[in-house]
Design a protein around this ligand. Structure first.
Ligand SMILES: [Zn+2]
Length: 378
């Protein structure tokens, strides 16, 4: 069974101050049952069916209840009553303290409230938000390309910004022409899009956004795979990016987020492209600690250990910061310890790989992150 693997790898992972390279804001205000349940699922809350009856909901009752002084598996009603009794701020404090994450890289493009409790917070700029603010402010189609570039450069100039992100997955998917669009193409597309006042979903402008991201020179996060019901899952298989990755080789690090159920596809890309990395954030708390090792095992079948990063992708519920970190530590420890016990890898290698995935790979990729804690020496 999972969750029972102890040993030096688990001890090392439990002691490791994680770098969470992709997360969102947390709601610190009190949440009523509909409010909590709506954040517990990536889908809608369905009449007569509680999102607590899901892998994530069961994991909350199993692993978060004790942090609120409740027994394991406390019923949902008891959990929510105790959470309300403590207050949202205290519940958040306890859950965030338990996650053992030292550095948070927060996507501020989609955040209910800023993360305020974590000690070290850095920012990821969502480029679609930059483009949409520019459009809302008014810009002529033939000035759009230069104005977007200038706005993006301005947005990343702030010292707390360590990288950028695109949600192209939500807007067009990845089955795009990989080439950089010409100036004339961008002007023509901007003339179509700007008067609509809608969110950015034009394929030419999404391509232009991705290439502008490359020009910025900072690590680029791409949502891939799993997400809410706004996603068309078959269009967000990261292998659609293969030709674009050929064209962008030698430029910026590309970080494939979430990936499920395409973690093997993402792992392939990370194995063959120097600039590609992946995580299985969001997936970890939705499959729960009980299945985290299985997902991580698929991600690590072929991924070089230098290419896996930790993220929680927690959004809204403080529970998800704790569950993401717990599932990562437990799942990775389980699979690495098994390989040590089977004599497939040496313990020092397992300990190195654990520190790389939980912290050091992120410190290596995000060059603007402070150098403390110092990455372990290779
Ligand atoms: Zn996210």
């Amino acid at each position: 069974m999972t969750g029972t693997v102890n040993g030096p790898v688990r001890e090392a992972l439990d002691a490791l101050a994680l770098v969470d390279h992709h997360c969102h804001g947390v709601v610190t205000a009190g949440l009523d049952r509909p409010g909590f349940e709506s954040l517990l699922t990536e889908g809608e809350a369905w009449p007569g069916v509680s999102p607590f009856d899901s892998p994530a909901g069961l994991a909350v009752r199993r692993h978060c209840a004790p942090l609120l002084d409740l027994p394991r598996h406390a019923p949902a009603d008891a959990y929510l009553a105790r959470r309300a009794e403590l207050g949202g701020a205290e519940a958040t404090r306890r859950l965030l303290a338990a996650c053992g994450t030292e550095v948070f890289c927060v996507d501020t493009g989609f955040a209910p409230e800023p993360v305020t409790v974590p000690p070290v917070r850095h920012e990821i700029v969502r480029l679609e938000s930059v483009a949409e603010s520019l459009a809302a402010g008014g810009v002529e189609p033939d000035a759009y390309a230069d104005a977007f570039r200038a706005a993006a450069q301005e947005a990343v100039r702030r010292p707390e910004v360590v990288g950028v992100k695109s949600v192209a997955a939500y807007r067009t998917g990845f089955d795009l022409d990989p080439a950089r669009p010409s100036g004339a193409e961008v002007t023509e597309a901007a003339a179509r899009w700007l008067p609509t006042g809608t969110r950015l979903a034009d394929p030419v402008l999404v391509r232009h956004l991705l290439w502008t991201a490359v020009d910025l020179g900072l690590p680029l996060q791409l949502h891939t795979g799993f997400g809410d019901n706004d996603i068309r899952l078959h269009r967000v298989d990261p292998t659609h990016l293969t030709d674009w990755l050929h064209l962008t080789t030698g430029t910026v690090p590309v970080l494939l987020l979430h990936c499920w159920p395409y973690q093997r596809h993402a792992a392939y890309l990370a194995a063959v492209f120097e600039h590609v990395y992946l995580d299985v954030g969001l997936t970890l708390h939705h499959v729960g600690p009980a299945r985290a090792a299985a997902v991580l095992a698929e991600a690590l079948e072929i991924t070089p250990p230098r290419k896996l990063l930790y993220s929680s992708d927690a959004y809204g519920l403080a529970e998800f910061y704790h569950l993401g970190a717990l599932a990562f530590r437990q799942g990775l420890a389980e699979l690495l310890q098994q390989r040590v016990d089977a004599g497939e890898i040496a313990l020092p290698d397992a300990l190195r790989f654990a520190a790389w995935a939980g912290r050091d790979n992120a410190l290596r990729v995000y060059r603007r992150l402070p150098r403390t804690p110092e990455p372990s020496k290779v």
